[in-house]
Design a protein around this ligand. Structure first.
Ligand code: NAP
Length: 276
């Protein structure tokens, strides 16, 4: 702690009420007895430049960014790191001596969730990534940086995959048309759903797992519901499964550490608290 001075951080979004981040960071603040506060900050897109510029002035250590600010905030940071630049989005801002540093911790959160909850390693073989939106960009960068040699990106819109591959500089990724998704599973070691399909209020993900080896890890980053129909199908045929809540929890670790000075743990107790 800093001479008893309360440390402030928060999450900017529009709307922001749905965000689980305040609950998650407050759990750690209380558990670790940190003199700090993490606040939901409803900021409309038009007011984002003023809100970000005001952070050092108000003594904030930084913020998380959620929909719709992750791309807009890039040009408002003084510095952004290589990961955020390749992903094309910033989800964490850290203020240091009045300088705004932007980073993206979704890639870390994704990989850490897999590492902690499965035996997956990159040399295991091909990876099928469904989706090419904001989350998929972070996941593609994470998988490539972790040594995946055959990344099959399945998406409804081809142009989105092309732009993902080009702007992230991926060398080992290929586009698979949406109607060939079932066949793309052949020989895969990991399947990740990064589309919004299967989420509460969205249509289901129609995916036939017959070609998927039984040893392949299946990860759905959708966490509402926690057990998506994809994970239920995969578990029923014996595949190891990893849900999406861990990615949300682990992506929060680097921000908490930078703002509050302590590295927090992701525990079962935290999972239950965030879900409650
Ligand atoms: P996004 O940028 O809007 O991307 C949505 C993706 O879903 C695109 O690839 C889109 O394909 C695809 N899609 C949507 N409707 C489809 C349909 N009817 N048929 C086929 N494909 C369809 O969203 P995002 O921010 O990447 O988020 C995706 C999901 O991940 C959301 O459910 C979100 O809650 C979840 N998420 C979880 C975490 C976590 O920490 N666990 C983090 C971030 C996001 P097109 O390109 O063809 O439109």
């Amino acid at each position: 702690m800093d001479g008893g001075q309360t440390r402030f951080a928060g999450v900017m979004g529009w709307p922001v009420e749905h965000s689980k981040s305040p609950r998650l960071h407050r759990f750690w603040l209380e558990q670790l007895k940190v003199d700090g506060a993490y606040i939901p900050l409803p900021v409309s897109p038009g007011r984002l430049p003023e809100a970000i510029a005001g952070l050092p002035l108000l003594g904030f250590r930084g913020v998380n960014l959620t929909i719709p600010h992750k791309e807009l905030v890039i040009q408002l940071c003084d510095k952004i790191d290589e990961t955020a630049r390749r992903i094309g989005a910033v989800n964490t801002v850290v203020v240091e001596d009045g300088v705004l540093h932007g980073t993206n911790t979704d890639a870390f959160g994704f990989i850490e969730n897999l590492r902690q909850n499965s035996s997956w390693t990159a040399p295991a073989g091909a990876v099928v990534l469904l989706g090419a939106g904001g989350a998929a960009r972070a996941i593609a960068v994470a998988l490539s940086d972790n040594g995946v040699q055959d990344l099959r990106i399945v998406n409804r819109t081809r142009e989105r995959v092309q732009s993902l591959i080009q702007s992230t500089g991926l060398k080992n990724a290929s586009f698979v048309p949406w109607n060939e998704r079932d066949q793309a599973l052949d020989g895969a070691a990991l399947v990740v759903n990064a589309t919004s399909l299967g989420m509460q209020g969205s249509p289901n993900l129609d995916l036939n797992l017959a070609a998927l080896p039984k040893t392949a890890v299946v990860n759905d980053i959708v966490y509402a519901p926690l057990l998506t129909p994809l994970l239920a199908d995969a578990a029923a045929r014996g595949n190891p499964v990893v849900d999406g809540l861990g990615m949300l929890l682990y992506q929060a670790v680097p921000g908490f550490k930078a703002w509050f000075g302590i590295s927090p743990d992701v525990t079962e107790e935290l999972r239950e608290f965030v879900l409650a």
